[in-house]
Design a protein around this ligand. Structure first.
Ligand code: PRT
Ligand code: ZN
Length: 294
């Protein structure tokens, strides 16, 4: 029987579209299951399990799934709960789902720094991360664990302050709360485990991990082509952001210019193009990179 790989992603939430898009870009074609709990990979022996984000680190840790995509905030909280029984590890951060776990309090409070949390009640869905933070800062405070609507806890009298995820800050502002300190910075990450598996399955995991890394690399990468004066070639290639080995080609019948081709691993801004032009470059062309395998 064919061995199939299980990848857990969030069923419905902020990470779902990004996760499916990433797997798509890795070349995985899938049929959405009728119950939408499992998408069957058509061109690779890979199944996508759609679950709550809070379940993903556990499913990878206990070996039910080989790979998973979850926010580092969720992973860290779950690992904190029972470190000796947690067996998943992060392969790579994925550059989506960015947010900050922050302390916050009423805008009317004149916040003077972390010591002000002493003796207070702080509502959060991340008691493990918050306790660790308080401990590091030598603060004694009461952690009030809530599962949702953290931001209304002060109005309800359930807590003095809160510690919640913030991205735009609009939710805090709407509840007359001001962001204070960053407790934990998070983004989505790819998880796996060190379970023993067959070489075939391990090779499939390695292939997917390599493709994920390729997708991350092309995000910022651009292919740049230009003509450069031979006498100023070094100055021109030095200006190419994040490019290690540009290809230099002669131009038939032209002795004072060469063609430069390079993959730039960093964003190329208009300012870079203007500097290249000032250094004597011409016919500058910047193209998107679709796939990369290094
Ligand atoms: O049903 P399930 O349990 O799977 O979903 P969920 O409701 O627990 O998670 P979901 O979809 O809200 O978030 C999934 C993951 O996205 C989180 O674990 C984070 O890693 C990441 N993420 C990124 C966020 C945010 N940004 C975010 N802004 N998760 C939650 N929020 C919430 C925050 O809790 C607050 O209520 O959005 C509100 C604040 O947003 P701003 O933009 O007003 O600051
Ligand atoms: Zn959740």
């Amino acid at each position: 029987m064919e061995e199939r790989l299980q990848i857990a992603i969030q069923k419905s939430g902020r990470l779902t579209d990004h996760s499916l898009d990433l797997l798509n870009r890795c070349g995985l074609k899938y049929t959405p299951g009728r119950d939408k709990l499992l998408y069957y990979g058509e061109n690779m022996p890979v199944d996508i399990l759609l679950v709550r984000d809070d379940d993903i680190p556990g499913l990878v840790s206990d070996g039910t799934c080989d790979l998973g995509i979850a926010g580092q905030n969720v992973t860290s909280e779950i690992r904190n709960k029972n470190p000796s029984d947690y067996h998943a590890h992060e392969v790579t951060a994925l550059d989506f789902g960015h947010c900050k776990l922050m302390t916050a309090g009423p805008v009317t409070t004149n916040y003077q720094g972390v010591d002000m949390l002493s003796g207070s009640r702080i509502a959060t869905s991340y008691p493990g991360i918050l306790r660790e933070y308080l401990k590091c800062n030598n603060i004694e405070a009461e952690v009030v664990t809530l599962t949702g609507s953290i931001e209304i806890a002060p109005q309800l009298g359930k807590a003095d302050y809160i510690c919640d995820l913030v991205s735009s800050g609009a939710t805090l502002a709407a509840n007359k709360l001001a962001p204070w300190d960053v407790v934990f910075e998070s983004e989505a990450a790819l998880l796996t485990n060190s379970s023993e598996r067959t070489p075939t399955k391990q090779a499939l995991i390695d292939k997917i991990v390599q493709r994920v890394q390729g997708v991350l690399q092309v995000k910022e990468s651009k292919y740049i082509m230009l003509h450069a004066p031979r006498e100023n070639l070094k100055a021109v290639t030095d200006l190419l952001p994040g490019s290690e080995f540009p290809t230099i080609l002669p131009i038939e019948g032209v002795s004072d210019k060469v063609v430069v081709h390079a993959v730039c691993r960093e964003t190329i801004f208009w300012e870079t193009l203007e500097s290249l032009k000032s250094a004597g470059a011409s016919s500058i062309l910047v193209l998107p990179v679709e796939k990369m395998l290094v």
